[in-house]
Write a protein that binds this ligand. Structure first.
Ligand code: ATP
Length: 191
């Protein structure tokens, strides 16, 4: 199998994530895109409270439900602790030695790949697929990462925008799947 690894905090998952994932799967001929929910996103912790990993995983499961090639992955919750993408990809490769993995990142993340933990090992472990994102158009992985760019409709949306909208009472309809919106509402997230 040819599998895309799309890691993120997904707090919450939104239309930008979904549009990117289906387009990368289609253009690259991937069998699956794994939405790998970060257990402890060390790059983001400290700056704001992060929704529990279990709640974020539940939202990703709701977001990808019914779309066979998109899968929610709990691998980083199972590994526990701070989430390091190189560790995750190594673990996936050990568990699935016949599968081929590639790492999917938005261009904002692509531009910063050199600062990720174990970046040199990560560059050797998997090729990268970059999707441009408003605010970081044209940002690309540094050497020695090997990458391709997949053209994709630009979606000017972030999880931060969505949290802000919920906090201020603005609508998030159509910006996240209905089931995710209902979950946010039921659980009282981001208020
Ligand atoms: P936050 O606003 O909380 O920082 P985010 O919207 O950037 O969150 P993440 O879960 O951190 O979402 O992103 C996971 C991955 O999805 C990253 O590779 C990121 O670049 C990519 N991504 C997020 N939003 C978009 C978007 N609108 N278009 C394309 N890629 C995106």
């Amino acid at each position: 199998m040819h599998i895309g690894v799309f890691g993120g905090t997904f707090d919450p998952p939104h239309l930008g994530h979904l549009v990117a994932a289906v387009n990368v799967a289609h253009v690259r001929g991937l069998d699956e895109v794994l939405f790998v929910v970060a257990n402890e996103p060390w790059q983001k912790s400290g700056s704001r409270p992060i929704t529990s990993a279990e709640h974020r995983l539940a939202m990703v499961e709701l977001a990808v439900a019914g779309r066979a090639e998109l899968q929610a992955s709990a691998v980083e919750l199972e590994l526990g602790g701070e989430s390091v993408t190189a560790d995750t990809i190594e673990w996936l490769q050990e568990q699935h030695p016949d599968d081929h993995f590639e790492l999917i990142v938005g261009s904002d993340a692509a531009g910063g790949l050199g600062t990720w933990r174990r970046a040199d090992e990560l560059a050797r472990l998997a090729p990268v697929v970059v999707i441009d994102r408003p605010g970081a158009i044209g940002a690309r992985p540094p050497e020695p990462f090997v990458y391709d760019v997949v053209p994709c409709p630009l979606v000017d949306l972030s999880s931060s925008d969505l949290r802000e909208r919920v906090a201020t009472g603005a609508l998030i309809d159509y910006l996240v799947p209905d089931a995710v919106r209902e979950f946010i509402d039921e659980q009282g997230l981001y208020r």
